[in-house]
Design a protein around this ligand. Structure first.
Ligand code: SAJ
Length: 429
């Protein structure tokens, strides 16, 4: 068993630190956010991830996980910090990665291994971390290990996937790869695949998320094509997928979260070859506009109407609203040029009024409403997020409360016959 210092205690770092601790390692969890450190020391986990609170609690209770406010020497340093995306220049902001490297530098010893898990553009482990770490006087060629091992867990199923998923490990040297593989072998049931350098590992992670984004882009384009032909895209996709070599994903209101809409752009950091990838991004970003088109088939003039948007989280059963299609739709309905025809008197009274409801999100800045408030006197409901709760909505009760019974299901999760039976006019992405 080894000493491990985990840098960054967010969605990836915290469960990974707890996993390592629960697998018998002596783990220090470090974060630059003092408030987070204090909260975690009290045993409070402020992340809506199934089972995470108990998982972290047991690691803390056993004493194998300690939350620290300064970086300590350790045989392994695992860097799990955010890599925000700068929308303006479409570049990754790697300052947290560099800051973590600067934090490791003074405690780095000969024989230690530093592993980056954060998603970065190809080449970043070597170009961003190595020079900073080598300011310690030690060399990544033969004195300390440096590797990239991208995280691949799905929010909502993190603990199970930490154990089950295959991992790709690329070290600067074969020794760095081997010592990193040894750490992951202590808790990963999936296959651990070693590659000949960090850049391949970085690239693999990006093409995984890009493959999913492009596949969803195809599904979304199929949904728009099917609409023009007057056929049901979901039935068509399901039938197409019966072929042994076809596997098209599900269309929806667009792609949210902090991974799929962003990571494809990281591939453009050192290359211009982003044609198909960029087109898929455009298709996915355009789905909110398509949802508005479907809405206008039901409510021709959106001015002065009241629309209930159900779902502010970027996907079902999570509370994360980053790049949420639901919030993008609410913005487009309120402010977007396609959604709201210019008000005749220029006054706000002609604008579409939008109420957003989400049973998983508790964010005071978003002005979310209860289901009852959001749907009262509404001219249409748009279901954007596939939360389990929305499958149980009672169409008759909602019809009684609304001004007009109109429904757009952007998730494909609803049994539309139930809605039609009580008088709803419906459209589905
Ligand atoms: N979505 C669709 N249609 C689908 C599947 C998803 O429209 O058929 C939408 C979702 O509604 C959501 C978005 O795509 O808005 C992204 O959701 P997701 O569940 O596909 O993925 P994330 O962003 O939660 O997590 C992804 C995962 N990557 C892959 O599956 C290749 C996860 O394994 C990664 O660890 C994570 O990104 C990450 O951190 O990179």
């Amino acid at each position: 068993m080894s000493t491990v210092c985990v840098h960054g205690l967010g969605y990836i770092g915290l469960p990974t630190a707890a996993m390592l601790a629960n697998s018998g390692h002596d783990v220090r969890g470090f974060d630059v956010d003092d408030d987070l450190v204090a909260t975690l020391r009290d045993g409070d986990v402020d992340l809506n991830e199934p089972g995470l609170s108990e998982f972290v609690g047991s690691a803390l209770d056993d004493g194998n996980l300690r939350i620290v406010d300064e970086v300590r020497p350790a045989e392994y340093h695992l860097v799990c910090v955010p890599t925000p995306f700068d929308e303006g220049n479409r570049r990754a902001d790697l300052e947290y990665v560099r800051a973590a490297s600067r934090a490791v530098r003074p405690v780095l010893r000969e024989g230690d291994t530093v592993i980056l898990e954060s998603t970065v553009p190809p080449g970043a482990t070597v170009s961003q971390m190595r020079p900073i770490l080598e300011e310690s006087g030690l060399s990544a060629d033969d004195e300390f290990g440096l590797a990239h091992c991208p995280e691949t867990v799905l929010p909502g199923n993190i603990i199970a996937e930490l154990r089950a998923n295959d991992r790709i490990v690329g070290g600067v040297t074969p020794e760095a790869t081997a010592s990193s593989v040894a750490l992951y072998e202590s808790f990963v049931d999936g296959e651990i695949r070693a590659t000949d350098g960090p850049t391949t590992a970085e690239f693999v992670k990006l093409i995984q998320n890009t493959a999913r984004d492009v596949n969803i882009g195809l599904a979304n384009e199929i949904a728009r094509l099917a609409h023009d032909y007057g056929i049901d895209s979901r039935e068509a996709i399901e039938m197409a997928n019966g072929h042994p070599r076809v596997d098209i994903l599900r269309p929806g209101p667009g792609v949210g979260g902090h991974c799929l809409p962003i990571d494809p752009w990281f591939l453009g950091d050192g290359s211009d070859e982003l044609d198909l990838i960029e087109a898929a991004r455009r298709v996915n970003d355009g789905m909110v506009g398509f949802v508005v088109e479907l809405l206008r088939e039901l409510v021709a003039d959106l001015r002065g109407t009241r629309i209930a948007v159900l779902g502010a989280a970027y996907k079902g059963n999570v509370d994360d609203t980053r790049k949420s299609p639901g919030l993008a739709l609410a913005r487009e309905l309120q402010h977007g040029p396609e959604a709201v025809a210019p008000a005749t008197d220029g006054g706000v009274s002609d604008a579409t009024s939008v109420a957003v409801h989400d049973p998983h999100v508790a964010d005071a800045t978003l002005d979310l409403q209860s289901l009852g408030e959001a749907t009262r006197d509404a001219d249409a409901i748009v279901v954007v997020t596939d939360h389990d709760e929305f499958a149980d909505l009672d169409p008759a009760e909602l019809a009684g409360r609304m001004a007009e019974p109109n429904l757009v299901d952007a998730t494909g999760m609803l049994d539309l016959d139930r809605w039609r039976e009580v008088g709803f006019s419906v459209r589905r992405v």
